[in-house]
Design a protein around this ligand. Structure first.
Ligand SMILES: *Cc1c(COP(=O)(O)O)cnc(C)c1O
Length: 377
């Protein structure tokens, strides 16, 4: 027997209450009973997204909601700005390319955060730009980008700000309405505490206007029929009924804890992970680390791939390695979603076991000690 822990930046661990809710008998979706559940989900999502705008639900992974933003906001030949600072920022560019939407890339070194002034300059140089595509937590590097400041840049322009918050929403504050973010997209399998399979997009009035005249081909992800049905607590197509049962439960758990407390919990856990990393003599990869995932540089002489694999296969703890050109060079510990105090000493203890087996020289227990000291504060 091996007890398994999942501290990867998606999928994440799911509470039993949510899993059990999803095991309920299937319900027909065109019934007043299901409309009640849909209504609860829509209302709860607004509170988690910190918005009064509609939040649509799609049966897809997070990338589906990203694609929905591109096809609903733009027409082939339109100009946009894409911030690329890792794997997921690159995805915005790939989606634009797939639909013939033009973009000016802002390439940021992996591990660094975008400078809002660079976005302002790119907008000036791209007259008529209709959208800025950004990433809140760039999961591939562990960086938290300054979305509030980016929203201040786009506020006075015709461009909408579209934010990929797949790994951050429900973990770190993203004050959609207060900051003025037009479209926020996320997926179910990260901080929202659900299995993979649902995606969400919040749509501001400014974004909705664009979606009425956009010419990109769209069908399943068309916001227009979705918004029409949304107004009646309904769906254009068959929703993922049982996942909605789970969503209702996870939203209830998040809102009972209170979003500010949820954010504080994430900050506390990530702070403890970072303290452990420092005590182990390891270095963070991100210059502005997000409180949902901690990216750590693999120390000189240690095989990063082996570290992640041994931790998973021998210790039962799943974290993530690096993606793209940082593969083997970093590892990523996620404390997002259904993560609490004692997940931290568990993952750090496992890391210490594997680091000692791989011949890294450090004082055994120093990481766990630093984590516990931080958590005890
Ligand atoms: C996980 C993730 C996605 C979406 O990936 P899917 O596999 O499509 O769910 C997008 N952006 C970021 C920042 C992510 O962390």
């Amino acid at each position: 027997m091996k007890k398994r822990y999942i501290l990867s930046p998606g999928p994440t661990s799911v509470p039993s209450e949510v899993l059990l809710a999803q095991a309920a008998p299937v319900m027909h979706h065109r019934t007043p009973q299901f409309a009640e559940i849909a209504k609860e989900c829509f209302e709860g999502l607004k509170k988690v997204f910190l918005t009064e705008s509609p939040v649509l639900i799609f049966a897809s992974s997070g990338t589906g909601a990203m694609e929905s933003a591109v096809v609903n906001l733009l027409s082939p030949g339109d100009k946009t700005i894409v911030i690329r600072s890792g794997k997921f920022g690159e995805r915005w560019g790939e989606l634009c390319e797939a639909y013939g939407v033009g973009f000016t890339p802002i390439d940021v070194e992996w591990g660094k955060a975008v400078k809002p002034a660079d976005v302002a300059a790119a907008l000036k140089k791209t007259p008529g730009a209709k959208a800025v595509f950004a990433t809140h937590c760039e999961t591939s590097t562990g960086v938290l980008h300054p979305v509030k400041e980016l929203a201040a840049v786009t506020a006075g322009t015709d461009a909408v700000l579209v934010v990929d918050a797949v790994s951050s929403l429900g973990g770190v504050p993203l004050r959609t309405d207060e900051w003025g973010v037009d479209v926020v997209v996320t997926g179910s399998q990260k901080a929202i505490m659900l299995p993979p399979g649902l995606a969400f997009a919040s749509i501001s009035e400014k974004a909705k206007k664009l979606s009425e005249s956009a010419k990109c081909p769209r069908y399943y992800f068309d916001w227009r029929p979705a918004l029409k049905s949304y107004a009646k607590n309904d769906f254009a197509w068959t929703p993922a009924v049982n996942m909605m049962f789970g969503l209702r439960e996870s939203l209830k758990m998040l809102l009972e804890e209170g979003m500010e407390n949820v954010f504080a919990r994430h900050a506390r856990l990530a702070t403890a992970v970072r303290a452990a990393v420092a005590a182990l003599g390891l270095e963070l990869f991100a210059e502005a680390p997000a409180d949902v995932v901690t990216a750590v540089k693999v120390p000189e002489g240690i095989d990063g791939g082996a570290l992640v694999k041994k931790l998973r296969d021998e210790q039962g703890i799943t974290i993530a390695g690096g993606q793209g050109h940082v593969k083997g060079k970093i590892f990523r510990i996620a404390t997002m979603g259904f993560a609490d105090t004692y997940d931290v000493p568990v993952v750090i203890a496992g890391l210490e076991v594997v680091l000692s087996q791989l011949g890294y020289s450090f004082k055994v227990g120093s990481g766990v000690g630093a984590a516990v000291k931080t958590l005890a504060k």
